[in-house]
Design a protein around this ligand. Structure first.
Ligand code: MG
Ligand code: MG
Ligand code: ZN
Length: 379
């Protein structure tokens, strides 16, 4: 009885104290509730730049093999946020690189072979075009031809991926600030028309050079001008046959785009040939391409850390080869196997770093990557 009386007295005192405190609080002061919500949901900073890194055909098997072949350590492990995307195309479970890249570029599922077009073959606005529209500098770097499905889907709109000369012509319809890749012949030795797009780029003010004229390191970009460099006439070589330009090209792209006038930049870099190693069912081809791409990821993360306001998103369009590590594999001597020489439908990892990176955790469709980048950039 004595105890419950004491309890009642305490409650009355407490209520009185609270009431007085509330009454004393001036109306224009934030309540403690506001303070708490602000702490729980801090405003997500808008990144200045976004770099999309695509390892074509880079599934978990490819990453894992690259990791163990590199002493159980890859640069890709530096990404703090990991998610998974579902890679299926509009009408087929197993996507190709054209539909896969168009999903990232436009946020639309489409048919295999489609380059920046919807299932009804209408052009869809790409991230690169949105960036240009909003006043950002833009760039594409690839270890395939620059008109190959992955880079093409960010800048061109064509019904079929093999329309390389039409895709090349679409480059002239944009103000892309920087591109490096193979495929010079689709620009300057065309079969479908008499145009020389190499000259047309120069007439448009681009600084243009190529592998035949000079090495990439001998052809520095000029921040006052747009820049294009062709690394080969058709497909560039595999890295284990002497191709070595991806690290330099990516560094040049970041440095150039940072110096260009504008609000920031959009850059897509593709490690194109991880996929080709998968199609060839060639373990050392996959691993060497994976290791080079990972080295470039390290350079991109170094840039983003230093710059401080760059969102980096790394993913693949699909897995290639059904590539896996099988018995009697050991960490220092891998044994691998393939289930196909084409692509597979397994979910694909997504890695993110920088302001807005948290949005990339979870499981979602490949098209969500477009919407997440657009939301992060406020485009
Ligand atoms: Mg590709
Ligand atoms: Mg531009
Ligand atoms: Zn492929």
């Amino acid at each position: 009885m004595k105890q419950s009386l004491l309890l009642l007295f305490s409650i009355v005192l407490l209520v009185f104290a609270c009431t007085r405190k509330i009454q004393q609080q001036p109306e224009d002061q934030p309540t403690s509730y506001d303070t708490v919500t602000t702490r729980i949901e801090p405003e997500v900073r808008k990144p200045r730049n976004v770099i999309l890194m695509i390892g074509d055909g880079m599934g978990l098997g490819q990453i894992t093999a690259g990791m163990y072949a590199s002493g159980n350590k890859l640069q890709i492990e530096r990404f703090p946020i990991v998610g998974l995307h579902k890679s299926h195309a509009f009408d087929q479970l197993i996507t190709d690189s054209a539909a896969g890249a168009t999903a990232f570029a436009c946020g639309k599922k489409t048919y295999n072979g489609a380059i920046g077009v919807t299932p009804d073959t209408l052009a869809c606005t790409t991230l690169l075009e949105l960036a240009e529209e909003k006043g950002y500098a833009t760039g594409l770097v690839a270890t395939s031809t620059i008109v190959h499905a992955t880079p093409a889907s960010f800048i061109a709109h064509q019904k079929q991926r093999k329309m390389y000369e039409a895709i090349a012509a679409d480059f002239l319809r944009t103000d892309i600030d920087f591109f490096i890749g193979g495929g010079k012949k689709y620009f300057d030795r065309r079969e479908s028309d008499d145009r020389n797009l190499y000259l047309e780029l120069q007439q448009k003010g681009y600084l243009v050079s190529d592998y035949f004229r000079q090495e990439l390191y001998e052809a520095p970009a000029d921040p006052q001008r747009n820049y294009a460099y062709f690394t080969s006439d058709a497909d560039p070589l595999p890295v284990n046959q002497g191709r070595d330009y991806l690290p330099l090209a990516t560094q040049m792209a970041m440095d150039h785009l940072e110096e260009r006038p504008g609000k920031g930049f959009f850059l897509m870099v593709e490690g194109s040939q991880i996929d080709w190693g998968g199609h060839a069912n060639n373990e050392s081809y996959i691993i060497s391409e994976m290791q080079e791409f990972d080295r470039v990821l390290g350079m991109v993360l170094d840039f983003a850390e230093k710059e401080g306001n760059t969102l980096v998103v790394t993913t693949a369009d699909h897995e290639t080869g059904g590539f896996s590590i099988v018995p009697p594999a050991r960490m220092d001597s891998l044994a691998t196997a393939f289930t196909t020489d084409y692509h597979t439908a397994t979910m694909i990892p997504v890695f993110a770093y920088g302001p807005g990176a948290e949005a990339f955790s979870g499981i979602y469709e490949n098209t969500a990557i477009f919407y997440k980048i657009r939301a992060a950039m406020h485009w």
